[in-house]
Design a binder for this molecule. Sequence first.
Ligand code: ADP
Ligand code: MG
Length: 613
Amino acid sequence: MSIIRQLPPHVVNKIAAGEVVERPASVVKELLENALDAGATRIDVAVEQGGIDLVRVVDNGRGMTADDLPLAVASHATSKLIDDADLFRVRTLGFRGEALASIASISRLTLRSRQADATAGVQLEVHGGQPGEVAPCAASVGTTIEVRDLFFNTPVRRKFLRATQTELGHIGEAFSRMALAYPQIHFTLSHQGRSIHDLPAADTWRQRIAALLGEDLARDMIEVASEDNNVRLHGYVGSPAHSRTNARLQYLFLNGRTIRDRSLQHALGEAYRGLLLTGRYPVCCLRIDMPADMVDVNVHPTKLEVRFQDSGRIYSQLLSTLRTKFLTSDLTHRLEPVRQDEAVSLPAAHGLQPVSTENFWQGSQPQLPGTFALDPPRHPGPLQLNRLDRPWPQAPVAFEEVAPPQNGSHTAEFQAAATARPHGRTSALQIHNRYLVAESDEGVLVIDQHALHERILYEHLRERAAQGNIESQNLLVPEPVDLSPAEAAAVLEARDTLAKLGLIVEPFGGSTVLVSSYPAMLANLGPAQLLRDLLELLQTGGKQLEPRDLLDDVLHMIACKAAIKAGDRLTPEEITALLDQRHLAQDQHHCPHGRPTALLFTREELDRQFMRI
Ligand code: ADP
Ligand code: MG
């Protein structure tokens, strides 16, 4: 007798569910796809507890008959494919016939449906894959699917679920993608009975983009379109000023389906080369439409990845469409204010070498070809060094004794200036607008002005945060900031930690949050910019930071942003003030990122180098 057995359908479905249903957001995605395939013009999504307790999707599509219901939840049952040839000309979002069966196997699912010509509706309940009897019910035309207690019979899966806000963020993301792909459909989303989105059918795609990604971003987006060999590309790409630190806001739709495609993302990055700083990503909503037989959509269980017949060609089309558009657009005002301590790389295609922003903005601005002219950045305002003159919360750390000069090896030209102390009332020479050179008892100190200031501010902040009194500034009028649903969820989830930093955020309907108070040290930054930068920390590749680590990261960020920059010219008074505060830092020889703040060239080493000894 063989030990190999055919698995029973409920096991098969649970296995499939492992691939198809990762989290509540996957359920939302599958149910939305079905509603769209059924020709719905209005789709309402309601979730409870981040979708873990309930996901309900109501559509006004064509509905199902009593005979359809058991088949809808049976595995590999679909109305969308007739034979295998259809697989290569898929025009619907679904075709695998396994979503409902999978979801039903790991939840308590209720299907209610009615077709337009039926006098009443029909209903079917499925508990953990076990279907009940089809029964008549009252229903309006269309279909309602309720999914309760997701993963109730797969406890391991359930354990992997994150906090409600995180799951809600993922749902918001899945919802937004669908709503972006189908602007002509009325979509709504609510959580615990509270409306998050109400998106009536939009007249233009830009209107829908504005409703989901924010007015500011949508307004500045640049429209692009091209057609080549039956491949139509149309959509909007973000102005460089709205770049992000990751590719999350790059929405690509292929024949109405959200896709992730590394090659197309790469093309996008190439198109923006020179317009964005390294590590920044453009935002886009792009629709690619092509005959269904030019692409294989059956390569990924959640259909997120596809295989193009000629991916090289699509890559080139995207790249050249964007490039051409940029060359004829005036992007001058759209360039983001560049942080002076970051390097800009210029378009390689134009044969320019990367230069530092410092030369870039100051006089020696290279003549850039074409329309890639860059405005000098809006300067972040007067230096904030006066902060250093404030009374410090803690007694200054006692000065360490000056270490005896080391008779180090000849190869070591300098040593970290851990304990070297500049002479008396210190004066120093600023060089290259970034280093301070000072004489000390032991030799010559070269101090990195940004690294040192950052360290001092960081320790000050850390101390204050521990005491719970970081200076914060209440806004006269709380400022609403538009974010994506996932971003809003991430910010709200970190609310308590942010409050410790003097940043008070509250939900404000949809994916907008309200900032009512923020750290006084960052007065120059503005709440919107601050939140966006914070999101980079909050959404580090999905990994969840411990509140303490997050706090520390945010303190680093605030210190870094508030500190004087490399490239800032300092007055003699400012130099003195900075050096005078130096001893207040406990670890004065490393910036919070671990770089040294100062280097000491010992007198002995200098003597040796000049062959005096
Ligand atoms: P697929 O979408 O791949 O066909 P599903 O398991 O998602 O597989 O759905 C199975 C079938 O149930 C669909 O082919 C469709 O006929 C029917 N169905 C599911 N949801 C709906 C809906 N909202 N309206 C009408 N029919 C639906
Ligand atoms: Mg489906």
